[in-house]
Design a protein around this ligand. Sequence first.
Ligand code: ZN
Ligand code: ZN
Length: 247
Amino acid sequence: MGEVSVRFLGSGDAFGSGGRFQTCIYVRSEGTRFLIDCGASSLVAMKRFGVDPSLIDTILLTHLHGDHFGGLPFFILDARYVSGREKPLVVAGPPGLETRINEAMEVLYPGSVREEPGFVLEFVELTEGEVARVGALAVTPYGVVHPSGAPSYALRVECGEKVVAYSGDTEWTDALIPTARGADLFICECNFFEKGVPNHLDYQTLTDHREELECRRLVLTHMSDEMLRRIENLDAEGAEDGKSFVL
Ligand SMILES: [Zn+2]
Ligand SMILES: [Zn+2]
């Protein structure tokens, strides 16, 4: 009872490293189905892995970079014209998300924002440090270090009795400690192996802080080609497109 499954539909970075899809994490419980992030390639990834977009209740966004939210215009157009979506869709993320998503739609498909969606589309702005009830979920955003034109968050998501947490993109910040504490699964970006690149995490820094992350299971994602080459030989678990976890 109360089982939650987590599947990576996209575990890649912005640059298609390893031929992976951009960030898209599909979570399913008895009560709801939702995505955490919806990178530009996510509609393709959903169809590749047999996930019906019209059954998704909620999309949670960590930050407003294209490899994390750029799939929204395609998702919304698919809902209007292909999947025949009827149920409401809630998109929750950093302040300003509605404007950024509408701007992205207008650039990619001029006139598309003014068209009737045919379903209720609701945007919810998440405030740093405040628990938000989003459908069946309790979502806590923690501010992280990653400039994206709006606040960037790590998200801690309570789904029934399980907790899924995700760093989003960030360099090390102590905000990751409460994000991960007690989580059944903590998904953490690990873009690089060696220290030195700002605004992202690397394996060496993560190793320095590993004991502060009091999660039940840690999975690394958003890896560059260099990090992907090394992951097999490291004492760490890496995400892969299509890989599932049952919590
Ligand atoms: Zn990213
Ligand atoms: Zn980013």
